[in-house]
Design a protein around this ligand. Sequence first.
Ligand SMILES: *Cc1c(COP(=O)(O)O)cnc(C)c1O
Length: 424
Amino acid sequence: MTTIIFSSNGNKADTAVSPPPPFGPSTQAVHGEVARRVWQPHHSLTTPITQTATYTFKDTADLCAFMEAKMWGGSEERGEYGRYGNPTVRSVEKRIAALEGGGDALLFPTGMTAVTHTLLSILPTGSHIVMTDDCYRKTRQFCHTFLARLGIETSPVPMGDYAALAAAIRPETRVILSESPTNPYLRVADLERLAAIARQHKRVKTIIDSTFATPVNQRPLTFGIDLVIHSGTKYLSGHNDVMAGVVVGEAGLLHALRQSQGMLGGVADPHAAWLVERGLKTLALRVRQQNGSAQAVAEFLEAQPRVARVWYPGLPSHPDHAVARRQMSGFGGVVSFEIAPIPGENPADTTSRFIDAMTIPYIAPSLGGVESLIEQPAYMSFYELSPEERLTIGIKDNLVRFAIGIEDTADIVADLAQALEVIG
Ligand SMILES: *Cc1c(COP(=O)(O)O)cnc(C)c1O
């Protein structure tokens, strides 16, 4: 198995420089690790898309020198084969690692590859996962089907019940997996507490899917979490135009995951990586705008008689408001809310009429892009279930998930106001 570690200039190591100043997230996202010190081929300002499946050797001596260095595990400044590394991909990985405060990061073609690859790589047969109960639906399904087939059991525990979480840990537990904030109720895990519970057991790793937060609002590694996962399809790329996933953590653990990526083969395409890098440069700007709009939207909705309940961690009414205030610097761009029932009408229908009356957001799954997206989870993600089945997993038919884009806050609020008028 080969690991190619490209330097950030894609073909030669940076000369020794003094350590970079502690940059803020925008500076870091725009410039990578070191501003103005990265030399790109052809003096290109942006990272070139290195569209190659393989890398060539000058002669046999060149090849043998490379193989010799590889045997000794030395850091490589060049590529061998596309599945073992690509400089465009590497550039994005370094930027995301820096933003999360991690030793390294690994890019994947989708968020789900990041999740499945990480779990498959870490978990031995017969091991066990403790998972908070409102994890991304496909993550839960992966654990309960594929991992179950490998004899890996998953115990769901209620989000926010730390006694249940501690009690669910067995001698064979290797992973505690949670999202924070969660979908669609934006529940926030107390990351310090979660990490402390895991640390009482020598071999339990903590994994947080931090997609809804982004490194701008929350940095789980700083609270002692072992691995952070993102669907890069959402805020990191931010334009609803590319799919990606990423895992961030300490360098040794990431090295092992990189080794298995060369075998499992879920590698990101350099074009997709380039789009993620371009998106990353405006991540902090977009997220700050989305945080601001979501807070305004949540406060507006909470004051509306046609809205029965609003779920947003930035509101004091949210069950995890105190935790969110402690560990997040912003509360994110997704607001979920329940439309108040109208006498004589099925609440699901009232909710659909509200969604259809909105003019700015598109009806679509996903979140985190520049365009606002809206959905009724009962129909978007849980259509095949009966209303009763949906209720047992906490999905009400009058629930709306609103993923706010970067449109002007006033326009979004005005659109909500007119749509609430329409339902009468
Ligand atoms: C979208 C999403 C995923 C899956 O990511 P893809 O890029 O769609 O594969 C995983 N977790 C969360 C929280 C998500 O929102």
